[in-house]
Ligand binder design. Structure first.
Ligand code: NAD
Ligand code: G6P
Ligand code: MN
Ligand code: MN
Length: 453
């Protein structure tokens, strides 16, 4: 039987994860699932852990579900370790978003200054986890969801010297749904190829006759906000309840229009997060409006989380409540549980994952982590060749990959100059005295979680 360990088990996403495992119980012979958290998350762990136990029982399964603050005990002889922790919890995210915004600078939890600081807080913890895994479960796979997912995966390989790791995100799944909604063709009949970085990838789409549909999708759906909303309406109707996403495709990103001629000229389809780079000013204006009202995404999520845990406390509840779809992580478990299923059963299916490039994108070195279409085997992901990008996406991709490499090097070494370098080349952070002012302010605000600086 399989032993699964989830670090950050107190997350409100845990019922999503359990729903995914329960759905796959015939293929995955699970014996035990250990939910690990820390003192600060103890109450959340107990509430959501009790719901997880009820879900397992209601499904008629005999899995042992353990709740613990003892990571080492949990990791012993694990087969799969999934990570969904947030160092500093949502209060740290509030700082990641509010401090940049207070200077009129974009505040986002995985992009710009906020994303860089989330990496700084997370890298020391993930490297500790890897050290434990080397001793306690040297054959296990690490399935990383913790954001910034691509950078954390890269840090595990580069500084943890641990290659049995796969980074995941739900955004590629949502992109496939948008394409299906745009073409009104079921997803299963389409062929997709993705390449880029986490929260920074592009894709191409073909129908089953082999005709490429990318340009049509860009013209019909990505050229204005109304047609994007229409495609998502189609997705919701065909998916029923489980298709509860918002009009941009993902709950945490507003449906602000790309520039029609720019995306059409691009020829390949951007992901939702490209809005922060392609229409930066429009996204910032929207964020500043919410900031003025005291409603950053982090604050909205904090309220949602509170409501969710109230629901989770109900002893009669033994399913994932639909209200969880207020969070951006919808379809999270389709990625996590299907990946585990595919590795365990050597399914050789297509999934989009963060893994070592190995030549898939010829514009980047072989040994860097990219988010690409891959075939998932018992040996892990085998990336599918994308080839090279045109100058516009290539220029941004190479800049962003190097920004990621500098960020994790700064996270690992705690070097102030290196950290300033990451802020300097990040396209969402302005340059000059303000760069240092912002960085210093964030270093102080997050001091407790930055032992390396
Ligand atoms: P959260 O604030 O609820 O944190 C989850 C849990 O992690 C908390 O219970 C907390 O106590 C715990 N935790 C903090 N530090 C820990 C440590 N050192 N060891 C063990 N547990 C620790 O977070 P959330 O909103 O549920 O999100 C969880 C994580 O998953 C975040 O990093 C988020 O960015 C990420 N996420 C990623 C995707 C994706 O697409 N990759 C989707 C959804 C969420
Ligand atoms: C999407 C992204 C995740 C991110 C989440 C935020 O699902 O893929 O990486 O963590 O949105 O959602 P939230 O509800 O926390 O704002
Ligand atoms: Mn993501
Ligand atoms: Mn910059």
């Amino acid at each position: 039987p399989i032993k699964i360990v989830t670090i950050g088990g107190g997350s409100s996403y845990t019922p999503e994860l359990f729903e995914g495992f329960i759905k796959r119980s015939k293929e995955l012979p699970i014996g035990e699932i250990w939910l690990v958290d820390i003192e600060e998350g103890k109450e959340k762990l107990e509430i959501v852990g009790a719901l997880a136990k009820r879900m397992v029982k209601a499904a008629g399964l005999d899995w042992k579900v353990h709740l613990t603050l003892d990571r080492k005990e949990a990791l012993t002889d694990a087969d799969f370790v999934t990570t969904q922790f947030r160092v500093g919890l949502l209060d740290a995210r509030i700082k990641d978003e509010r401090i940049p915004l207070s200077h009129g600078i974009l505040g986002q939890e995985t992009n710009g200054a906020g994303g860089i600081f989330k990496a700084y807080r997370t890298v020391p913890v993930i490297l500790d986890i890897v050290e434990d895994m080397k001793k306690l479960c040297p054959d296990a796979w690490l399935v990383n969801f913790t954001n910034p997912s691509g950078m954390i995966t890269e840090a595990v390989m580069r500084y943890g010297n641990w290659d049995r790791v796969v980074g995941l995100c739900n955004v590629p799944i949502l992109c496939q749904k948008i394409a299906s909604g745009s073409l009104k063709i079921p997803e299963e009949e389409l062929f997709f190829k993705f390449a880029g970085l986490n929260h920074f990838h592009w894709h191409r789409v073909w129908d089953k006759t082999g005709e490429e549909k990318s340009s049509q999708i860009l013209r019909d759906t990505y050229s204005n906000a109304e047609s994007m909303a229409e495609a998502m309406e189609f997705v919701r109707k065909s998916a029923g309840e489980s298709g509860n996403t918002n009009d941009s495709g993902v709950k945490n990103i507003p449906n602000i229009s790309y520039l029609a001629e720019q995306v059409q000229n691009l020829g390949i389809i951007p992901c939702m997060y490209h809005r922060y780079y392609y229409i930066t000013q429009d996204m910032l204006d929207e964020e500043l409006e919410n900031f003025a009202k005291g409603e950053t995404r982090a604050e909205v999520v904090k309220k949602t989380e509170k409501e969710l845990f109230e629901l989770y406390k109900n002893p009669d509840l033994s399913i994932k409540p639909p209200q969880l779809e207020q969070r951006g992580g919808t379809f999270y478990s389709d990625a996590a549980c299907e990946l585990i299923n595919a590795i365990y059963n050597d399914k050789r299916i297509h999934m989009v994952v963060s893994t070592k490039n190995n030549g898939a994108i010829s514009d980047l070195p072989n040994d860097v982590v990219v988010e690409v279409s891959s075939i998932i085997t018992s040996q892990g992901p085998v990336p599918i060749s994308w080839g090279s990008f045109d100058p516009s996406p290539k220029g941004m991709l190479q800049l962003m990959k190097n920004m990621e490499l500098i960020t994790i090097e700064a996270a690992y070494t705690g070097d102030y100059g290196k950290a300033l370098q990451a802020f300097t080349i990040n396209p969402l952070i302005p340059h000059g005295k303000i760069t240092k002012t912002l960085m210093n302010e964030m270093l102080i605000a997050h001091k407790k979680h930055l032992p390396q600086f």
